[in-house]
Design a protein around this ligand. Structure first.
Ligand SMILES: Nc1ncnc2c1ncn2[C@@H]1O[C@H](COP(=O)(O)OP(=O)(O)OP(=O)(O)O)[C@@H](O)[C@H]1O
Length: 400
């Protein structure tokens, strides 16, 4: 997401205008002139296309369910003109939520018919949209489980990501509900759980700090009864709530031998609802399913500032993906509390070198419990780091 070494997440008017054109079903003819491609299809028709399968995915929502699989639609994608033309099947495209390196994310409203066949129900989702031709064109290295590299294209890697992501089903993981891939449509759509409060904190390019998300912080204090007046202690109490939830999501992944490899502040999204959990890990573009418990990974992944030293400097021998998630979670926690990344330099390389060689600099207000947690998660040697179960039973979280 809009992390320090990723693209800016700012959305220009122009972007939104171009997005609108794209979603109005406009295509360019050989003279570069736009023409409309409208389809007169009723709401019933769209709902019928996937209602049954879609509902299955909603029912299949429990944490213990091992068999979850997001709905895969190969059916025809219909762009249609109703309401300014921003519809695709039963979805209406609303505002742009963000821009990733390979695709954009838009809020969508899904309208569908209830079981009575009359009542129209509505709900919001986030749609991640990829341009297939562009991704197919981009040549990249893929890595087999033994570390051997092979030439492939970006689309293939995204399909691998989807193969892992579509089975993940946990309250602290932003859920993938549906994949829409029509051979005749130039785009691939991932329909995700919509996290209405967005990112945990917002990266400030000017001062290179993270700005707090004030609305979220107020909600947190109210919802979890945090009344601490001292702002530094309050921040740690908030971190306790957020990262306990995120650690549970990671525990779920690690139990299934899935590693994320890009855990950072920007990839934690929030969800303001009265009941249930409020924090979710998003973005599985670098996730890997390990073939066995101790498999070593050999490709470079992650974001400078949050990634562990071996993810950058020990690729030949390979690294432990679970231990690298623990490091990045530790860095995310201390970054949340102090608003700044502990290892930070002018270039990605210098930042990675600092992570390898330097101790973490704490602020004087950081508690001993917090420092102890971070030190045990961010040991320079991966073998010395605590695992995710030990993170969750650390006194910082249990309060013992
Ligand atoms: N499910 C969601 N609900 C609400 N907002 C979202 C959701 N998913 C993504 N976003 C917003 O869209 C932005 C871009 O997300 P995306 O995952 O594409 O970016 P990214 O992490 O930079 O991708 P990549 O790492 O592949 O470049 C995020 O920063 C976030 O603000």
């Amino acid at each position: 997401m809009n992390s320090p070494d990723n693209q800016s997440n700012k959305i220009s008017e122009k972007d939104n205008y171009q997005d609108d054109l794209e979603h109005q079903g406009q295509n360019a003819d050989e003279n570069g002139q736009f023409y409309y491609q409208e389809h007169d299809i009723s709401l019933e028709k769209y709902s019928d296309l996937c209602e049954e399968e879609y509902k299955k995915s909603f029912k299949n929502n429990s944490e213990s369910d091992e068999d979850y699989e997001a709905d895969f639609q190969h059916t025809t994608v219909y762009h249609h003109g109703e309401n300014n033309g921003r519809h695709m099947n039963e979805y209406e495209f609303l505002e742009k939520l963000g821009q990733g390196s390979f695709g954009k994310v838009k809020k969508v409203e899904r309208k569908y018919l209830d079981e009575d066949g009359v009542t129209v129900l509505k709900s919001f989702y986030a749609a991640k949209i990829f341009k297939k031709s562009q991704l197919e064109y981009e040549r990249v290295f893929g890595y087999k489980s033994d570390g051997e590299s092979f030439m492939t294209n970006r689309l293939h890697l995204i399909q691998e990501e989807i193969n892992i992501y579509k089975h993940l089903n946990h309250p602290n993981i932003c859920k993938l509900f549906q994949i829409i891939d029509d051979e005749t449509d130039e785009k691939l759509y991932l329909i995700l759980e919509y996290c209405d409060m967005g990112q945990l904190m917002i990266w400030n390019e000017d001062n290179q700090y993270y700005d707090p998300n004030d609305k979220l912080d107020q909600f947190l204090c109210k919802q979890y009864g945090i009344q601490e007046q001292d702002q530094f202690k309050r921040r740690e109490l908030q971190a306790n709530v957020i990262f306990q939830q995120i650690a549970k999501g990671i525990q779920y992944l690690h139990k299934r031998n899935v590693v994320n490899r890009d855990i950072k502040i920007d990839n934690i999204l929030s969800f303001l609802e009265e009941n249930g959990d409020h924090f979710k890990l998003a973005d599985f573009s670098t996730a890997k399913k390990l073939t066995h418990q101790h498999q070593k990974l050999k490709d470079c992944a992650g974001t400078s500032g949050f990634r562990c030293p071996e993810q950058q400097f020990n690729l030949e021998q390979g690294y432990d993906g679970k231990a690298c998630d623990i490091w990045s979670l530790g860095i995310s926690i201390i970054t949340y509390v102090n608003h700044k990344i502990p290892f930070w330099s002018d270039s990605n390389l210098q930042t990675d070198i600092a992570a390898k060689n330097n101790p973490i600099q704490y602020e004087k207000h950081n508690s001993d419990q917090l420092k102890d947690l971070i030190e045990s998660m961010c040991k320079k040697s991966e073998a010395d780091r605590i695992n995710i179960d030990q993170v969750l039973t650390h006194p910082f979280f249990t309060g013992e």
